[in-house]
Design a protein around this ligand. Structure first.
Ligand code: ADP
Ligand code: MG
Length: 695
């Protein structure tokens, strides 16, 4: 599969454009612009009114003004370092043009005394005299038409001027071919969108501020192109996965019934719904690719276990994979009682299993004597063979992007895949990040949870916090103490945790305070966790390793140091570690003064709500989609034109449209399908096209 010839001129080097040399091309590269087509999608972020006024007198200064003037006398600089001045007069007013480091000859040629010129630029009052320093434009009256009355302003980088961009864009636009339409015609009509080429011409020739706004029809159309291409890619990935010869796995319900009758509580409606959605997917002969999304404490573990039982009831096996050793162990511990209730053997396999023990486990696994396995990525190592694997659950993989999921799907056999994430994300982002998956949402928490009391505390009051903690510990309560992450450096995290640990140990005494961080040998980490879980130690000093999944119901106090430097999602996850038991819980967010405006707002959001989805929405508005969770981490694509916050509705349309197109034309062979291929090429979604050719 190669790029269509029609697009070649848009994918050649930038310096092939008239007016762009190798040096300029290099400067453009710093903006991520390497090919003419990148210039097409570099949109002006604002515009300047260049309509010709009759006089400066009619304008409130300072302002950018365009007027016709008669050129008066020239005043070369009296001494070095002084500016060159040219007096000019518009219909009503005399003012000065000012030039620094200019050559007199050049200015004489540009502005001959006695002639008329149109000058355009920023005018300011200087000692009561209006002056325009270095006009943006100086034109003869007969050239007036070449100056648009509303001039687009592009984002720039060093070495590029507005004029260079404008020239480059104009040259690139000449290479933009008329392409067959890939958008659904009724949608085009309904939205009154222009064609692709017309949209490009329009966005680069705005007539006024409304044409710069994201609501302009041309911009909407180009944004939709981006979203649609992205959703096509996700849908193709989804289709490629589903095409995989899936296994139809139907449970008997027998094991589930045992567990359910053993539980002291009924499932929430959201849990019941999610389990049945998963069961339906597993029963279908297609491969499941589902996301289970639920806030901390929403009961994902139980849903996961009931799903695993379906695999076992059908005579197969299930595996759950966690990103870290610690979490794998934790899952094992929370699943173990459920497995006992179901009377099903559950084993743990991590990188720490060695030698004979490991071998024995592998043999039992291969023989089908271990129906349920929990582990780290060690469970996907080459020598690990299952007898009949039906379901793979991947926990906390929200840090994975579509690509990684594609790989996982390619590696595994025909197993059904369920990804669990505790990171609530707004719907528009969910569509963007997980559009290739079907989604089950646990949007309801088990009843009877006590709210967590959250307070903000200045770190200057550290002594009070420690004193309060001492009283709480004396009452038998347990606390997490989270140390700040320093510049994302694990080594520094570790240093700050060590220091806090030493300080608290000196106050609380030997044996009361424990510590976990990434640098500890695994066995020590486990031991520290185990001592805390059993209540032996009362305070656990930790870095963000406890962010996800860790479950110690008796811990009811969470202290977070330098909370202002954590992200909202992270704070929410951390706080979710308490409030899991029957006691009322407290979360203390310690901050260092002075707090920045955004830092204060973030902490207030956390203090005011425990609703993960609301927090995620706030995060989105405060930081913008690109920043949310960190783009690379969230697996969220970068869009050039589309604005996920403001155009979230378009994302949903793009998803259903992409799925519909692929449903009717799975290999994109119809006229519209071929046009859609062109779009994928145009927007660098070659990856998706490869998925097509496989099928
Ligand atoms: P998550 O993994 O989504 O953060 P967990 O699965 O760890 O949440 O569940 C949190 C706690 O809620 C656990 O102690 C679990 O036993 C309990 N729980 C789960 N489902 C229910 C339910 N339907 N009713 C009451 N408690 C529940
Ligand atoms: Mg959990």
């Amino acid at each position: 599969m190669t790029r269509p010839e029609q697009l070649f001129p848009l994918f050649s080097g930038l310096e092939t454009l008239t007016g762009i040399g190798p040096k300029a091309a290099k400067s453009f590269a710093a903006l991520g612009i390497d090919r003419p087509k990148d210039l097409l999608f570099l949109l002006p972020h604002s515009g300047v009114d260049r309509s010709v006024k009759s006089s400066l007198r009619d304008v409130i200064l300072p302002a950018t003004v365009t007027v016709e003037v008669e050129v008066g006398s020239h005043f070369p600089p009296a001494s070095r370092g002084r500016p060159y001045r040219v007096m000019v007069r518009d219909a009503k007013l005399e003012f000065t043009l000012v030039f620094f480091h200019a050559k007199g000859d050049y200015l004489q040629g540009l502005l001959p005394t006695g002639q008329r010129r149109i000058v355009s630029g920023r005018v300011e009052l200087f000692d009561g005299i209006a002056q325009m320093a270095h006009p943006d434009h100086i034109l003869r009256p007969e050239e007036a038409a070449s100056l648009p009355s509303f001039e687009p302003v592009y984002p720039l980088t060093a070495g590029i001027t507005q004029k260079m961009v404008a020239k480059g864009v104009a040259a690139a636009l000449e290479r933009a071919p008329d392409l067959a339409e890939w958008i659904d015609p009724p949608l085009m009509d309904r939205q009154e969108w222009p064609t692709w080429r017309a949209a490009l011409l329009a966005v680069h020739a705005p007539k006024g501020p409304l044409d710069i706004a994201h609501t302009s029809l041309a911009r909407q159309r180009l944004a939709y192109d981006e979203l649609f291409a992205h959703q096509l890619t996700l849908s193709l990935a989804r289709a490629a996965l589903r095409r995989g010869k899936g296994l139809a796995t139907t449970g008997t319900g027998a094991l589930q019934a045992r567990v359910l009758s053993d539980l002291p509580f009924p499932l929430t409606r959201a849990q019941t719904r999610s389990v049945s959605e998963i069961a339906a997917d597993m029963a279908a002969p297609l491969r499941m690719n589902r996301l289970l999304q639920g806030d901390v404490g929403s009961g994902k573990t139980l849903v996961a276990f009931l799903s695993l039982l379906i695999a076992v009831e059908a005579g197969g096996q299930g595996v759950m994979m966690a990103p870290t050793e610690l979490l794998a162990r934790q899952h094992f511990d929370s699943l173990a009682p459920l497995a006992r209730a179901a009377d099903v053997r559950l084993e743990l396999l991590t990188g720490r299993d060695k030698g004979g023990d490991r071998l024995a486990k592998l043999q039992d696994l291969a023989a089908g004597r271990i129906p349920l396995l929990v582990g780290t990525h060690a469970v996907f190592q080459k020598d690990v063979a299952f007898h009949d694997l039906r379901l793979a659950i991947v926990d906390e993989q929200h840090r994975f992007g579509v690509e990684q999921r594609m790989e996982l799907g390619a590696k595994g056999q025909a197993v059904d895949v369920l990804v669990m994430t505790a990171t609530p994300i707004p719907r528009s982002l969910a569509l963007a990040s997980y559009g290739d998956m079907d989604v089950s949402v646990l949007d309801e928490k088990p009843p009877g949870r006590l709210p967590i009391k959250t307070a903000l505390v200045d770190s200057a009051r550290m002594d009070e916090v420690v004193a309060r903690l001492q009283r709480a510990v004396a009452e038998g309560r347990q606390a997490y103490w989270v140390c700040p992450l320093v510049e994302d450096s694990e080594v520094m995290d570790y240093a700050s945790a060590e220091a806090r640990f030493a300080a608290l140990r000196a106050i609380f005494g030997e044996g009361v305070v424990g510590m976990v961080h990434c640098q500890l040998p695994p066995a020590e980490k486990d031991a520290a966790m185990a001592r805390f879980a059993s209540g032996q130690t009362k305070v656990l000093v930790a870095t963000t390793v406890i962010e996800v999944g860790v479950n110690v119901p008796n811990a009811s106090i969470m202290v977070i140091e330098r909370a202002e430097i954590f992200g909202l999602a992270q704070l929410h996850q951390l706080r979710g570690r308490v409030g899991r038991g029957s006691a009322a819980s407290t979360c203390l967010l310690m901050y260092q003064s002075p707090l920045s405006e955004s830092g204060r707002r973030r902490l207030q959001v956390i203090r005011d709500t425990e609703d993960g989805f609301r927090i995620a929405e706030e995060d989105l508005t405060m930081r913008g989609a690109g920043d949310l969770i960190g783009t690379a981490q969230s697996g969220l694509p970068r869009f050039r034109i589309a604005d996920l916050e403001r155009q979230s509705a378009l994302m949903a349309v793009a998803q259903s449209d992409a799925r519909a197109l692929l449903h009717n034309d799975p290999s994109l062979d119809s006229a519209r399908g071929r046009a859609a291929r062109m779009l994928l090429w145009l927007l660098d979604q070659d990856r998706a096209i490869r998925l097509l050719s496989v099928g």
